[in-house]
Write a protein that binds this ligand. Sequence first.
Ligand code: GCU
Length: 136
Amino acid sequence: PDAAGYEAENGTLSQAVVESNHAGYTGTGFVNYDNVAGGYVEFTVPATTTGPATLTFRYANGTTGDRPLAVAVNGTATATAFPATGAWTTWRTVTVTATLVAGPNTVRATAATAAGGPNLDSVTVGGQAGTDWSVA
Ligand code: GCU
């Protein structure tokens, strides 16, 4: 397929828990990062070829401040803002561009501040237009 979806609740979690008390999530729940720096959600993303990919994070942030995540693909991190969405039941997307390599890729989203991350619903990985990249 040209895109693959990963539910956050199916990822490998550290200092984060699965919850379902705020409506509007997909799958069976979402991940609530602990309110500390360093908690993460990790996925293994298989790709058929090396090339640029778009990682779309669906999240909610019911606070008034940013809940930034460091999004690392195979260890190379990109600081990424997850701005307030207005309510914990209001879900929006943030997109990160990264290069995936052929074979398994490790995608880890780590809370960058002591407030912890946003509530994370899912990550969708897709190839960019004009490339022959695809998810295995
Ligand atoms: C509230 C909210 C949680 C959220 C948390 C936070 O407790 O109910 O879903 O994760 O705030 O600030 O991270």
